[in-house]
Design a protein around this ligand. Structure first.
Ligand code: ZN
Length: 279
């Protein structure tokens, strides 16, 4: 199942297009995509019982971030060995956790304003929680995941590293710093949800390429470790970390420029395409 926000409304994506869930369910489900995660199992059952073949064509511009009001957003730093190495630190023994504030979330094709000349790219697999997870064991973790989507953890490096100790959250939370989408894909749609190729590029030049099997802490491990401390709630997001190739680690460092377009892809999940402009 693929679920998206089409013209602001909850929709199933089919081969034919988009199915408006509130209309097709006769009002059983709310049109607000953020309201569905508390009833995710019910939505899946309903969607499975529906006849195939319907759907209305839609344009990319109609798609918004599939989640806009999560109760919690977790970001994981240094979760790929080669990215930890390029950042000049060892492989973490415990996840490095920060947050992105929800006001940074934006749509998969939205234009992003760059607040400075020091904004970096980080393509990431994003987990959407579909069932409350309270101290969940690793082997049960996937059953608490609604689905996966593509995210960019855009980062203003000067602010991130300002202050007496690094303060990740604020520098990663300017408006537009969390492009998300284009849809939420349930894990059963993917041959192996623990091994997906992810990459990002600017104007056709590939900047990052990796595979999620190279994460230091896998999706089940992250769900287990985070939920051992705070309950994960339906609709919560986990930005699971970025593979090597960020701009800050390059010699000389390199950052995003206005007038270019950042494309972020994950195999089987989808692609973001965000034009960049100056603030
Ligand atoms: Zn990140």
């Amino acid at each position: 199942m693929r679920v998206a926000r089409v013209s602001g409304r909850l929709a199933l994506l089919t081969e034919a297009g988009a199915v408006d869930v509130e209309a097709a369910s006769g009002g059983r489900f709310d049109a607000d995509p953020d309201a569905v995660f508390a009833r995710w199992d019910e939505l899946r059952e309903w969607a499975e019982d529906r006849p195939d073949g319907d759907g209305v064509p839609y344009a990319d511009e109609q798609l918004g971030a599939p989640v806009l009001c999560p109760a919690q957003i977790f970001g994981i730093g240094l979760n790929y060995r080669d990215h930890a190495a390029e950042s000049g630190v060892g492989v973490p023994a415990t996840p490095a956790v920060f947050t992105k504030f929800a006001s940074c979330l934006t749509g998969p094709y939205d234009t992003v304003r760059l607040p400075s000349a020091g904004v970096d790219w980080e393509v990431e697999l994003v987990v959407v929680i579909g069932r409350r997870a309270d101290d969940v064991a690793e082997e049960n973790a996937w059953s608490h995941v609604a689905g996966l989507t593509v995210g960019q953890d855009l980062s203003e490096r000067a602010l991130q590293l300002a202050g007496p100790v690094p303060q990740f959250s604020l520098g990663k939370s300017y408006p537009g710093f969390g492009p998300l989408g284009p849809s939420i894909v349930t894990p059963d749609e993917l041959p192996d949800p623990d091994d997906l190729e992810l990459s990002c590029s600017v104007n056709e030049e590939v900047l990052q390429k990796g595979r999620t099997r190279d994460m230091v802490f896998s999706v089940p491990e992250l769900v287990a470790r985070l939920s051992a401390v705070c309950p994960l709630l339906p609709g919560d997001l986990i930005f699971t970390g970025t593979p090597p190739g960020v701009g800050m680690a390059r010699i000389p460092p390199r950052f995003l420029s206005p007038g270019t377009t950042l494309v972020s892809r994950i195999e089987g999940v989808g692609q973001l395409r965000n034009p960049l402009v100056a603030r």
